[in-house]
Design a protein around this ligand. Structure first.
Ligand code: ADP
Ligand code: MG
Length: 760
């Protein structure tokens, strides 16, 4: 049977990811990996995790890719439904483990676990210290404890208001008794028979004036002894209990641990006092004591960090040498500042000096400029452009959206023209005739600076002598795009980011870059006032918005749409829009903006808002990036608890751009402590770096930009905060490896290749 036939079957079966044992997507990606077809491997993974509605499209893409690959996709899976041919027990699909059926395998796939080896690298996110049993008489309110005793009685009651089932079990040991409580699990009553031994792990809480033990986990029979100790807590998904994950890992470990290969060169293990991969794996999954566990964790963290560093280093060519004509920076700066209508802030001056120093050195520049929204990055970019052109070369400035590109052109062209530079704007909407002219002028050197969108990196756009490539709001770009814009070998690269990235993380993500920070806002800004309120305030907020509009102001209403694929969320923006336009603000001009709209429509909406022809813009996070509407003074963010801090901060940066006081209102439903504390932090500070650090601590790196945006896969075990101390050594060792001073074991190579294939 060949893969095309299997694809046909998958279609016929209704895109259930079921036509191959263990999942079609998982199967395909494994096969593709073995054949070094990276793109197909990714498509396969996406296929498994995609909502069904997207699978037909994905399957088309897979088929096309397969045809393009020109590999004869003959695969030996005789009867695909009943039989698989494992490559090795380690890389075999999960269902090869006894006791793991297809259904469970699908749940694991949600955690990114498709193969047995993935299971071993599903690292615990925490541990429960259950090394000792607590006597019931020693139970203290607020503590999480493990007790063991006899069940005396077990009663099922229904909560009066909610109707929730509450199981209440009296358990006694020789010191006393306590009532243990299970919520929503009435079916357990049969199992919890009086007279049986039980071990319970739970939290002691006050209910109706007496301490109860709220059960988090329980064991009976021979499971009891096995679950004492340091118990790992794994990343979970609905339908997959900790118990199920633990037992799957145990199964996998027993079956395949002998096949686990070393990841790091042994010299490194000695140099950094690290454990062998297999030993570290065993300890993180089955720890005996804390110090050993810490050492094992450290080893795996190091492995992960060095992989990431290697991927970054290999993904970025070394600094090229460049010849530069002499240039009088002092004179240049004097001319530049004279052309501005305001003095530069001290931070802007400092960063421009850093950039100028790079642009005078004999190797090319690679610098990231971070500055909060409104800190004035555009002017800094302009300063770099001017220097580049004075050195007789051309500059390119690329923005992630049409709107932003136009905005930049509108702001920068007059300034640059005044300094004698010739600029042009090239976007997807530039007419063919105009484009031709621009391309020609660019090639002949009659243009000094080109501003634009992705249209800039399309084929056929060639520079006569490209000296500087600037990407604005780079977190919207993939790594691949960045590399492409880098273009010629002699090109200086400057990346502007409004996402404040904590230094530790920046080092991980941009190991190849120098970093400058604009840590000061231009004078005279009025900080946005931020309030977090519950939904009972909704009507009051609408009245407030109405009042602002009466005074000639405009408002944003933002709804969560974190991923494009989130259909349910899209409805929420539409719903809010309909409610506001029909019921709440029938007299006002309300419009809707979301990522699924055609680019031209989006732009029209944005333009209307900018021109003041719209009072309320209901939008998803598409408005997050760079748009400047000084007359907008209110931003209402719905379901605010669903956004990351950095994202809330970015959104908030859209207002407070004019002279009037601006207000950001976070309408939220935050019940959990973490969500509540997020609301507290965002309302109490406007310091983007503080927020980013808090975000990183709470939610991990992927959340700061959204997984795809920073172009790196999520870290599995390392935490750039906690493990900051290991970053630098990992980086040094990675450099040594890329310079050939140390061997790269094949398995490390393979892992780095995989990371590289994901870094797009
Ligand atoms: P961002 O860093 O978000 O890209 P911009 O470059 O768009 O910020 O600048 C925001 C606004 O601040 C612009 O209107 C810009 O003209 C203005 N601006 C920049 N630098 C200064 C300064 N030193 N003094 C006063 N206004 C400034
Ligand atoms: Mg900007």
């Amino acid at each position: 049977m060949d893969l095309f036939t299997i694809i046909k079957k998958e279609r016929l079966a209704g895109y259930l990811d079921s036509v191959v044992f263990g999942g079609f997507g998982a199967y395909l990606s494994q096969w593709a990996e073995d054949n070094h077809l990276d793109k197909l491997a990714i498509l396969g993974k996406e296929y498994s995790s995609a909502p069904k509605a997207y699978r037909p499209q994905l399957l088309d893409a897979i088929e096309r890719e397969l045809q393009n690959s020109k590999i004869t996709p003959l695969v030996e899976i005789g009867n695909p439904i009943s039989q698989t041919v494992p490559v090795s027990a380690l890389s075999a699909p999960l269902v090869s483990l006894k006791g793991i059926g297809e259904k469970r395998a699908q749940l694991f796939a949600k955690l990114g676990v498709n193969r047995v080896s993935d299971l071993l690298e599903l690292y615990p996110r925490d541990y429960r210290d259950r090394r000792k049993l607590t006597r019931i008489c020693d139970a203290q309110l607020g503590e999480t404890i493990t007790i063991r005793g006899l069940i005396v009685s077990c009663d099922l009651v229904r909560a009066r208001r909610s109707g929730m089932a509450i199981l209440s079990c009296i358990v006694k040991d020789d010191s006393g008794s306590i009532s243990a409580v299970w919520f929503n699990q009435p079916f357990l009553q049969k199992k919890l028979q009086a007279g049986r031994q039980i071990q319970i792990y739970g939290r002691v809480e006050q209910r109706y004036g007496q301490p109860d033990l709220i059960v988090m986990e329980y064991q009976m029979g021979e499971e009891m002894d096995a679950s004492l100790g340091l118990i790992p807590v794994y990343p979970a998904t609905e339908g997959l209990s900790q118990k199920a994950i633990r037992s799957a890992i145990e199964l996998a470990w027993k079956k395949v641990h002998a096949q686990v290969q070393p990841v790091l060169p042994s010299v490194l293990l000695q140099k950094r006092s690290l454990m062998e991969h297999v030993q570290a794996l065993e300890i993180v999954h089955f720890p005996q004591d804390l110090s050993q566990l810490e050492a094992a964790r450290r080893s795996l963290v190091y492995e992960e960090l060095i992989q990431v560093q290697l991927a970054i280093l290999l993904n970025t060519p070394g600094r090229n040498k460049v010849q530069r004509p002499p240039c009088d920076d002092q004179q240049l700066l004097a001319d530049f500042t004279a052309a501005l209508s305001f003095p530069l802030t001290a931070a802007q001056q400092r960063v421009i000096h850093e950039i100028y120093a790079d642009m005078s050195a004999d190797s090319v520049m690679a610098r990231l400029v971070q500055g909060d929204v409104g800190s004035g990055k555009t002017i800094v970019a302009a300063a770099a452009i001017v220097k580049c052109c004075r050195q007789g070369r051309q500059a390119a400035l690329m923005a992630p959206t049409e709107i932003l590109a136009r905005q930049h052109a509108a702001n920068l062209s007059p300034l640059l023209n005044q300094l004698g530079l010739r600029t042009a704007l090239l976007t997807g909407r530039t007419t063919a005739a105009e484009r031709n002219q621009i391309v020609q002028q660019l090639r002949s050197g009659d243009l000094d600076c080109l501003i634009g969108t992705h249209a800039l990196i399309q084929q056929g756009v060639e520079f006569h002598n490209m000296g500087l490539a600037i990407t604005d709001e780079q977190h919207r770009f993939g790594v691949a795009q960045r590399a492409k814009l880098r273009g010629a070998e002699q090109t200086d690269v400057l990346i502007m980011s409004a996402t404040p990235i904590p230094r530790t993380l920046a080092m991980t993500l941009y190991a190849d870059l120098h970093i400058s920070v604009i840590d000061e806002l231009p004078p005279g800004r009025r900080p946005v006032k931020t309030y977090a309120v519950g939904y009972s305030y909704e009507q009051r907020i609408y009245r407030f918005i109405d009042k602002e509009i009466s005074q000639g102001r405009q408002a944003y209403v933002v709804c969560p749409l974190v991923e494009d694929s989130d259909i349910a969320d899209l409805n929420s923006a539409t719903r809010v829009y309909e409610n506001l336009s029909r019921n709440v603000f029938p007299q006002r001009r309300v419009s809707l903006l979301h990522g699924r709209m055609k680019a031209a429509e989006k732009e029209q909406d944005m333009q209307d808002f900018r021109d003041g022809n719209c009072d309320i813009l209901v939008a998803t996070t598409v408005i997050e990036v760079g748009v400047d509407v000084p007359n907008a003074t209110v931003m209402l963010i719905c379901d605010a608890e669903r956004f990351g801090l950095a994202q809330l901060h970015q959104l908030r940066g859209r207002i407070g751009r004019g002279a009037a006081q601006s207000y950001c209102i976070l309408l939220h439903n935050a019940r959990s402590q973490v969500a509540q504390s997020r609301m507290r932090i965002i309302t109490s500070t406007t310091d983007g770096f503080r927020l980013a650090e808090a975000d990183l601590e709470q939610r991990g790196a992927g959340e700061i930009f959204g997984q795809r945006q920073h172009g790196l896969p999520e870290l599995r075990i390392a935490n750039v905060f906690r493990d900051a101390a290991l970053l630098e050594p990992a980086r040094q060792d990675a450099i040594a490896i890329t310079q050939g001073q140390m061997d790269m074991p094949p398995i490390l190579q393979k892992r780095v290749d995989k990371l590289l294939s994901l870094m797009t």
